[in-house]
Ligand binder design. Sequence first.
Ligand code: 5GP
Length: 196
Amino acid sequence: MDTVKLKSVKSGKLVIISGPSGAGKSTVLKHVLAECSRPLELSVSVTTRHPRPGETDRVDYRFVSKDDFARRRDNDEFLEWKEVFKRGDYYGTLRNEVAAGLAAGKWVVLEIDVEGAMMVLESHPDAITIFLHPGSDEELERRLRDRATETEDSIQRRLEVARREMACRNKYNHEVVNNTVDQAVEDICHILASGE
Ligand code: 5GP
């Protein structure tokens, strides 16, 4: 009989959060990361889009050039990647970052779009998936316009994508309506606390 004891390092868990742009995902997520009882670690995506006011490189995203993105893609550095708003803005999840977090026992959080989520689920079918949304298309549009950092053209594109994403919410294990930030944070922390 093999008497060698294996070191009991419990590997982590993957958590995928999606939801239409303007649903308040970033704000809710910031609180969840600070308040949840699980050892959460946000996977910082790579993007070619420009930083918005207040965003910090390596905290919100790794902001890179298109050449750099293409080089990383060709090196197979991405677990999944996508051109999200069909106008040349690329986003990708770093394979190494996710693997290192999971190996260290972290609950690695991906904040990615629906197609990216479906792609990741193929290799990580036991991920906890949460869809966060503002309740209705009208509320979504109101929030997107309130943010006022986008041009009308960009708002229209984001709205179209958002409506398509809303139609996919039943593909997720959990649906959370972001009526108030506090409530949404509590709901998500509860889901994570009861997750295996
Ligand atoms: P934003 O430009 O508003 O930060 O993000 C736009 C969309 O891109 C959001 O739906 C966000 O979830 C998604 N996104 C951010 N990072 C990634 C990523 O690495 N992969 C994919 N597929 N989508 C991402």
